[in-house]
Write a new protein. Structure first.
Length: 290
Protein backbone atom coordinates (compact mmCIF):
# COMPACT_ATOMS: atom_id res chain seq x y z
CA UNK A 1 0.00 0.00 0.00
CA UNK A 2 1.52 3.36 -1.01
CA UNK A 3 2.00 6.41 1.13
CA UNK A 4 -0.54 8.62 -0.63
CA UNK A 5 -0.01 12.34 0.01
CA UNK A 6 -2.30 15.29 -0.57
CA UNK A 7 0.22 16.60 -3.10
CA UNK A 8 -0.30 13.44 -5.16
CA UNK A 9 -3.94 14.28 -5.87
CA UNK A 10 -4.65 15.15 -9.50
CA UNK A 11 -7.21 17.74 -8.39
CA UNK A 12 -5.92 20.46 -6.08
CA UNK A 13 -6.99 24.03 -5.36
CA UNK A 14 -6.80 26.21 -8.45
CA UNK A 15 -7.44 23.48 -11.03
CA UNK A 16 -10.58 23.48 -13.11
CA UNK A 17 -11.39 19.83 -13.60
CA UNK A 18 -12.25 17.36 -10.79
CA UNK A 19 -10.79 13.86 -10.83
CA UNK A 20 -12.32 11.62 -13.47
CA UNK A 21 -15.20 9.51 -12.14
CA UNK A 22 -14.45 5.79 -12.04
CA UNK A 23 -16.26 3.48 -14.45
CA UNK A 24 -19.67 2.34 -13.20
CA UNK A 25 -19.74 -1.01 -11.39
CA UNK A 26 -21.20 -4.08 -13.10
CA UNK A 27 -24.92 -4.76 -13.38
CA UNK A 28 -26.86 -4.56 -10.10
CA UNK A 29 -26.64 -7.64 -7.92
CA UNK A 30 -29.38 -9.11 -5.74
CA UNK A 31 -28.65 -9.44 -2.04
CA UNK A 32 -31.10 -11.47 0.04
CA UNK A 33 -31.48 -12.93 3.51
CA UNK A 34 -33.43 -16.16 3.97
CA UNK A 35 -34.83 -17.29 7.32
CA UNK A 36 -32.22 -15.29 9.23
CA UNK A 37 -31.79 -15.79 12.95
CA UNK A 38 -29.38 -13.21 14.38
CA UNK A 39 -28.15 -12.26 17.81
CA UNK A 40 -25.29 -11.67 20.21
CA UNK A 41 -24.17 -13.77 23.17
CA UNK A 42 -27.20 -15.77 24.28
CA UNK A 43 -29.95 -13.52 22.99
CA UNK A 44 -31.67 -13.54 19.60
CA UNK A 45 -32.47 -10.12 18.17
CA UNK A 46 -33.79 -11.17 14.77
CA UNK A 47 -35.66 -14.39 14.12
CA UNK A 48 -36.77 -16.09 10.88
CA UNK A 49 -36.29 -12.95 8.79
CA UNK A 50 -36.60 -12.86 5.01
CA UNK A 51 -35.23 -9.68 3.45
CA UNK A 52 -34.55 -8.64 -0.13
CA UNK A 53 -32.47 -5.57 -1.06
CA UNK A 54 -33.83 -4.41 -4.46
CA UNK A 55 -30.96 -4.11 -6.96
CA UNK A 56 -30.23 -0.68 -8.37
CA UNK A 57 -32.32 1.07 -5.69
CA UNK A 58 -31.77 2.98 -2.45
CA UNK A 59 -33.16 0.96 0.46
CA UNK A 60 -33.43 2.51 3.93
CA UNK A 61 -34.00 0.49 7.11
CA UNK A 62 -35.79 2.33 9.92
CA UNK A 63 -37.08 1.44 13.35
CA UNK A 64 -36.70 2.14 17.04
CA UNK A 65 -33.45 1.49 18.87
CA UNK A 66 -32.61 -2.22 19.28
CA UNK A 67 -35.19 -3.29 16.68
CA UNK A 68 -32.57 -5.26 14.73
CA UNK A 69 -31.95 -3.00 11.74
CA UNK A 70 -28.18 -2.58 12.28
CA UNK A 71 -27.85 -6.25 13.18
CA UNK A 72 -29.57 -7.16 9.92
CA UNK A 73 -27.30 -4.87 7.90
CA UNK A 74 -24.23 -6.42 9.55
CA UNK A 75 -25.42 -9.91 8.63
CA UNK A 76 -26.08 -8.90 5.03
CA UNK A 77 -22.51 -7.55 4.83
CA UNK A 78 -21.02 -10.70 6.45
CA UNK A 79 -19.87 -8.82 9.53
CA UNK A 80 -22.14 -11.08 11.61
CA UNK A 81 -22.61 -14.79 11.04
CA UNK A 82 -26.26 -15.87 11.20
CA UNK A 83 -27.27 -18.41 13.82
CA UNK A 84 -29.74 -19.71 11.30
CA UNK A 85 -30.67 -19.09 7.68
CA UNK A 86 -28.41 -17.70 4.98
CA UNK A 87 -27.46 -14.60 3.02
CA UNK A 88 -27.07 -14.89 -0.75
CA UNK A 89 -25.61 -12.64 -3.42
CA UNK A 90 -26.97 -13.49 -6.86
CA UNK A 91 -28.04 -16.83 -5.43
CA UNK A 92 -24.64 -17.74 -3.94
CA UNK A 93 -24.13 -17.98 -0.17
CA UNK A 94 -21.82 -15.13 0.84
CA UNK A 95 -20.24 -17.14 3.67
CA UNK A 96 -18.86 -19.52 1.06
CA UNK A 97 -17.26 -16.72 -0.99
CA UNK A 98 -13.60 -15.72 -0.51
CA UNK A 99 -13.41 -12.57 1.62
CA UNK A 100 -11.44 -10.58 -0.92
CA UNK A 101 -13.85 -11.47 -3.72
CA UNK A 102 -16.84 -10.43 -1.60
CA UNK A 103 -15.12 -7.14 -0.74
CA UNK A 104 -15.06 -6.22 -4.44
CA UNK A 105 -18.84 -6.60 -4.57
CA UNK A 106 -20.13 -5.36 -1.19
CA UNK A 107 -18.81 -2.27 0.62
CA UNK A 108 -19.80 -1.60 4.22
CA UNK A 109 -19.47 1.42 6.49
CA UNK A 110 -20.20 0.12 10.01
CA UNK A 111 -21.58 2.25 12.82
CA UNK A 112 -18.35 2.76 14.79
CA UNK A 113 -15.30 2.14 12.55
CA UNK A 114 -11.84 2.46 14.11
CA UNK A 115 -8.80 3.83 12.28
CA UNK A 116 -5.20 2.79 13.04
CA UNK A 117 -3.49 5.33 15.28
CA UNK A 118 -1.67 8.09 13.38
CA UNK A 119 -2.92 7.13 9.91
CA UNK A 120 -3.54 9.97 7.47
CA UNK A 121 -6.82 10.57 5.68
CA UNK A 122 -5.37 9.67 2.29
CA UNK A 123 -3.75 6.47 3.53
CA UNK A 124 -7.00 5.36 5.15
CA UNK A 125 -8.95 5.96 1.95
CA UNK A 126 -6.28 4.06 0.02
CA UNK A 127 -7.12 0.99 2.09
CA UNK A 128 -10.42 0.83 0.24
CA UNK A 129 -8.43 -0.32 -2.79
CA UNK A 130 -7.04 -3.40 -1.03
CA UNK A 131 -9.65 -5.86 -2.41
CA UNK A 132 -8.63 -4.86 -5.94
CA UNK A 133 -4.91 -5.49 -5.36
CA UNK A 134 -3.18 -8.62 -6.60
CA UNK A 135 0.05 -9.93 -5.13
CA UNK A 136 1.91 -9.51 -8.44
CA UNK A 137 0.81 -5.93 -9.22
CA UNK A 138 1.82 -2.60 -7.73
CA UNK A 139 -0.31 0.46 -7.00
CA UNK A 140 -1.76 1.60 -10.33
CA UNK A 141 -2.88 4.84 -11.93
CA UNK A 142 -6.44 3.50 -11.70
CA UNK A 143 -6.10 3.06 -7.93
CA UNK A 144 -4.82 6.62 -7.60
CA UNK A 145 -7.62 8.00 -9.76
CA UNK A 146 -10.34 6.21 -7.76
CA UNK A 147 -8.88 7.42 -4.43
CA UNK A 148 -8.64 10.98 -5.72
CA UNK A 149 -12.26 10.85 -6.88
CA UNK A 150 -13.46 9.42 -3.54
CA UNK A 151 -11.70 12.18 -1.61
CA UNK A 152 -13.11 14.87 -3.89
CA UNK A 153 -16.64 13.43 -3.88
CA UNK A 154 -16.78 13.48 -0.07
CA UNK A 155 -15.15 16.89 0.34
CA UNK A 156 -12.09 15.44 2.08
CA UNK A 157 -9.39 16.17 -0.52
CA UNK A 158 -8.41 19.33 1.38
CA UNK A 159 -7.61 17.32 4.52
CA UNK A 160 -5.98 14.35 2.78
CA UNK A 161 -2.64 14.92 4.49
CA UNK A 162 -4.01 15.25 8.02
CA UNK A 163 -4.10 12.54 10.66
CA UNK A 164 -7.52 10.99 11.16
CA UNK A 165 -6.95 11.38 14.93
CA UNK A 166 -7.06 15.18 14.54
CA UNK A 167 -10.42 15.36 12.79
CA UNK A 168 -13.86 16.22 14.09
CA UNK A 169 -16.52 13.53 14.22
CA UNK A 170 -18.16 14.84 11.05
CA UNK A 171 -14.88 14.94 9.16
CA UNK A 172 -14.05 11.40 10.21
CA UNK A 173 -17.43 10.19 9.02
CA UNK A 174 -16.85 11.67 5.57
CA UNK A 175 -13.38 10.08 5.43
CA UNK A 176 -14.85 6.64 6.17
CA UNK A 177 -17.43 7.16 3.45
CA UNK A 178 -14.57 8.07 1.08
CA UNK A 179 -12.86 4.77 1.93
CA UNK A 180 -16.08 2.88 1.21
CA UNK A 181 -16.40 4.66 -2.14
CA UNK A 182 -12.79 3.82 -3.01
CA UNK A 183 -13.69 0.16 -2.56
CA UNK A 184 -15.76 0.64 -5.74
CA UNK A 185 -18.41 -1.99 -5.15
CA UNK A 186 -21.77 -2.48 -6.83
CA UNK A 187 -23.48 -2.66 -3.43
CA UNK A 188 -22.78 -0.04 -0.77
CA UNK A 189 -24.12 -0.49 2.77
CA UNK A 190 -23.96 2.22 5.42
CA UNK A 191 -25.02 2.03 9.06
CA UNK A 192 -26.14 5.47 10.24
CA UNK A 193 -23.78 7.41 7.91
CA UNK A 194 -25.16 10.79 9.02
CA UNK A 195 -24.10 10.31 12.65
CA UNK A 196 -22.03 13.28 13.92
CA UNK A 197 -22.91 15.34 10.84
CA UNK A 198 -24.68 18.68 10.92
CA UNK A 199 -27.78 19.13 8.77
CA UNK A 200 -25.84 20.55 5.82
CA UNK A 201 -23.44 17.60 5.69
CA UNK A 202 -26.24 15.09 6.28
CA UNK A 203 -27.88 16.30 3.08
CA UNK A 204 -24.51 16.30 1.26
CA UNK A 205 -23.92 12.65 2.15
CA UNK A 206 -27.41 11.53 1.17
CA UNK A 207 -27.27 13.54 -2.07
CA UNK A 208 -23.98 11.78 -2.85
CA UNK A 209 -25.67 8.40 -2.38
CA UNK A 210 -28.44 9.48 -4.75
CA UNK A 211 -25.82 10.55 -7.29
CA UNK A 212 -24.05 7.18 -7.05
CA UNK A 213 -27.34 5.40 -7.51
CA UNK A 214 -28.60 7.49 -10.42
CA UNK A 215 -25.37 7.83 -12.39
CA UNK A 216 -23.81 4.43 -11.70
CA UNK A 217 -26.72 2.22 -10.74
CA UNK A 218 -25.20 1.29 -7.39
CA UNK A 219 -27.41 -0.58 -4.97
CA UNK A 220 -27.47 1.33 -1.68
CA UNK A 221 -28.69 0.02 1.69
CA UNK A 222 -28.70 2.45 4.61
CA UNK A 223 -29.77 2.46 8.24
CA UNK A 224 -31.14 5.89 9.25
CA UNK A 225 -32.72 7.23 12.42
CA UNK A 226 -34.29 10.27 10.77
CA UNK A 227 -37.58 9.02 9.37
CA UNK A 228 -38.17 12.16 7.30
CA UNK A 229 -34.79 11.85 5.57
CA UNK A 230 -35.50 8.16 5.04
CA UNK A 231 -38.81 8.98 3.35
CA UNK A 232 -37.18 11.63 1.20
CA UNK A 233 -34.27 9.55 -0.07
CA UNK A 234 -35.49 5.93 -0.13
CA UNK A 235 -36.91 4.14 -3.13
CA UNK A 236 -37.66 1.22 -0.83
CA UNK A 237 -38.31 1.62 2.89
CA UNK A 238 -38.11 -1.27 5.36
CA UNK A 239 -39.69 -0.62 8.79
CA UNK A 240 -38.63 -3.02 11.55
CA UNK A 241 -39.85 -3.73 15.04
CA UNK A 242 -38.56 -6.33 17.50
CA UNK A 243 -36.52 -8.15 14.88
CA UNK A 244 -39.15 -8.42 12.19
CA UNK A 245 -40.29 -6.42 9.18
CA UNK A 246 -43.67 -4.82 9.79
CA UNK A 247 -43.93 -2.93 6.50
CA UNK A 248 -41.90 -2.36 3.36
CA UNK A 249 -42.35 -0.57 0.05
CA UNK A 250 -42.24 2.94 -1.33
CA UNK A 251 -42.43 5.52 1.47
CA UNK A 252 -45.53 7.15 0.01
CA UNK A 253 -47.36 3.83 0.10
CA UNK A 254 -46.51 2.59 3.60
CA UNK A 255 -45.76 5.56 5.88
CA UNK A 256 -48.90 6.42 7.82
CA UNK A 257 -49.64 7.72 11.30
CA UNK A 258 -50.62 4.18 12.28
CA UNK A 259 -47.28 2.78 11.08
CA UNK A 260 -45.29 5.44 12.92
CA UNK A 261 -47.10 4.62 16.15
CA UNK A 262 -46.71 0.86 15.64
CA UNK A 263 -42.97 1.07 14.89
CA UNK A 264 -41.85 3.95 17.11
CA UNK A 265 -44.63 4.21 19.69
CA UNK A 266 -45.05 7.82 18.61
CA UNK A 267 -48.21 9.75 17.85
CA UNK A 268 -47.73 12.01 14.85
CA UNK A 269 -49.26 13.74 11.89
CA UNK A 270 -48.08 12.62 8.45
CA UNK A 271 -48.22 15.39 5.87
CA UNK A 272 -46.63 15.91 2.43
CA UNK A 273 -43.06 17.19 2.50
CA UNK A 274 -43.29 20.62 0.81
CA UNK A 275 -39.99 20.02 -1.02
CA UNK A 276 -39.97 16.34 -2.02
CA UNK A 277 -43.72 15.60 -1.68
CA UNK A 278 -42.81 12.43 0.22
CA UNK A 279 -44.36 11.71 3.63
CA UNK A 280 -43.21 14.03 6.40
CA UNK A 281 -43.74 12.92 9.99
CA UNK A 282 -44.59 15.65 12.49
CA UNK A 283 -44.30 14.27 16.05
CA UNK A 284 -46.93 15.08 18.65
CA UNK A 285 -45.45 15.52 22.11
CA UNK A 286 -47.26 14.74 25.33
CA UNK A 287 -47.40 18.41 26.31
CA UNK A 288 -48.71 19.86 23.05
CA UNK A 289 -52.34 20.50 22.32
CA UNK A 290 -53.76 19.33 19.02
Amino acid sequence: MPSFRADDLPHTAGTLEPPERPAPPPDPQRLCGHGLRLGYDGADIVGDLDIDIPPGKITVLVGANACGKSTTLRALARLLKPRGGSVTLDGKAIHQMPSKQLATRIGILPQTPTAPEGITVADLVCRGRYPHQKWFTQWTDEDERVVAWALEATGTAGIAGRSVDELSGGQRQRVWIAMALAQETGILMLDEPTTYLDVHHQIDVLDLLVQLNREEGRTIAVVLHDLNLACRYAHHLIAMREGRIVAQGEPGEIVTEELVEAVFGLKSKVIPDPVSHTPMVVPIGRHLRF
